[in-house]
Design a protein around this ligand. Structure first.
Ligand SMILES: Nc1ncnc2c1ncn2[C@@H]1O[C@H](COP(=O)(O)OP(=O)(O)O)[C@@H](O)[C@H]1O
Ligand SMILES: [Mg+2]
Length: 415
């Protein structure tokens, strides 16, 4: 509104000046004759109007400037308030947050970030300089370069030994900025390790008493001549249950070893591993009247741990035989450019669709009695899943009740 008045005043000034100029011109060249007193009066009136308009224009302009300034101050105060609220919120989080540029130079760090890396003034410094983690710096650089989200579990050595889950992301609106969050999981990993060690130790400790119980029961059956049939039956039951316990403890040891140790990879011929498993278990299958087939290339090399892959192959093929009463068990190894796909298919009892997701859980068995009767521990598939995922692969199952199942393992070929 004030702006509009300013324009009107300016217009009037120009109009008046133009009118006076024309009048002066006409008088000068005597185009019109004007009485000097009338001319003076006329000019005076005009000058007063012009003066008043100019004054009004200046006032309107100054009102506008004041209005604009107070608006800017209000906006500034609002922005400040908003920034303080965001800062207060970020400072209260249990997650360390950094905002960096695409060269991993820190522009902002919340309180947790400063506490975690005990670095007073991280702003303006490189992620590597503040965290002493080359992996974290690389994660930020990769995220900034590709503009795609990055995730990694990172072990920090400075200022203490810690483990964190780091996440990097960018947003369209934030220009070159790269956001980084680090969530500390040191305690979680420590508890996991305690649990794994506990399971491994218990399994290990149980082996000796189990061996002694077994050998004693066997000795009694072999040496004592006057044992009743009932006693022999019970002693044999003790032996078979101890065998079951040994199998469980052995599977627990395999599982905890797979969990706690990083995978030691070497060149591994997956085709050979599965061919051998098929060969070794062929007798079991033919005894049940099943046909076993293997289809695959002569050689199929991947970066993997051969003994762990043997566990995977034995568990899958053994299950296929165990849960099939008639028909075929076939293994097919198919290499592609980046992956190797292994499918173990049977024409067995299948898995009910509502339980299919649970078969990879520890000790989960669809039919507990059947699994027990066939010497199962309920740990085979969790061992398979754990080993395959530790190798960066996936395992999936497709099954139709009473028609059969296909377990598919997909492994990356590696370097
Ligand atoms: N090929 C298969 N066909 C049908 N059911 C299967 C097959 N493989 C596994 N299962 C089901 O998944 C359960 C878990 O398998 P696993 O972990 O190997 O334990 P188990 O020692 O009982 O074989 C089995 O008890 C069985 O119910
Ligand atoms: Mg099994």
């Amino acid at each position: 509104m004030a702006q509009r008045y300013g324009f009107y005043a300016l217009g009037l000034c120009f109009g008046a000046a133009a009118f006076l100029a024309v009048l002066a011109f006409l008088c000068l060249f005597r185009v019109i004759a004007i009485q000097p007193a009338f001319a003076m009066f006329f000019a005076g009136v005009l000058m007063t109007i012009v003066g008043l308009q100019v004054q009004a224009g200046i006032k309107a302009a100054s009102d506008l400037a004041i209005h604009r300034q107070s608006q800017a101050e209000l906006l500034q105060a609002q922005l400040e308030e908003q920034k303080n609220a965001v800062d207060a919120m970020a400072d209260g989080l249990e997650i360390a947050i950094f905002i960096c540029d695409s060269r991993a130079i820190i522009q902002y760090a919340n309180r947790r970030a400063i506490e975690l890396f005990r670095f007073d003034q991280p702003v303006g410094r490189n992620v590597l300089a503040v965290t002493l983690s080359y992996d974290l710096e690389q994660l930020v650089l990769t995220g900034g370069k590709t503009r795609s989200p990055q995730n990694a579990e990172i072990s920090f050595t400075y200022p203490d030994e810690r483990v964190g889950h780091a996440k990097v992301w960018c947003s369209e609106e934030s220009g070159e900025r790269v956001f980084l969050s680090v969530y500390e999981i040191t305690d979680l990993r420590r508890l996991e390790r305690i649990r794994q060690d506990f399971v491994a130790n218990v399994s290990h400790e149980l082996r000796t008493p189990m061996t002694i119980i077994r050998s004693m029961a066997e000795t009694i059956v072999d040496d004592e001549t006057d044992l009743s049939e009932r006693s022999i039956k019970y002693l044999n039951k003790i032996t078979s249950e101890v065998d079951r316990l040994s199998m469980i403890s052995q599977d627990l040891l395999i599982l905890s070893a797979a969990e706690s140790n990083p995978v030691r990879k070497q060149r591994c011929d997956i085709a050979e591993v599965f061919r051998t498993a098929v060969h070794n278990l062929e007798k079991k299958a033919t005894d049940k009247g099943l046909t076993m087939t293997f289809v695959g290339p002569e050689q199929c090399m991947v970066e993997a741990n051969t003994s762990q892959m043997t566990q995977v192959a034995l568990n899958l093929v053994e299950n296929a035989i165990k849960y099939t009463t008639s028909g075929t068990v076939s293994v097919e190894v198919t290499p592609s450019e980046t992956n190797i796909n292994v499918a173990v298919t049977d024409t067995g009892i299948g898995i009910p669709s509502d339980q299919i997701k649970r078969v990879f859980e520890r000790f989960y068995r669809v039919d507990r009695a059947r699994s027990r009767a066939t010497g199962g521990t309920g740990l085979g598939l969790s061992i398979v899943k754990h080993i395959v995922e530790a190798h960066g692969g996936t395992v999936a199952v497709d099954s139709a009740l009473n028609h059969g199942s296909t377990f598919t393992v997909e492994l990356p070929i590696g370097d």
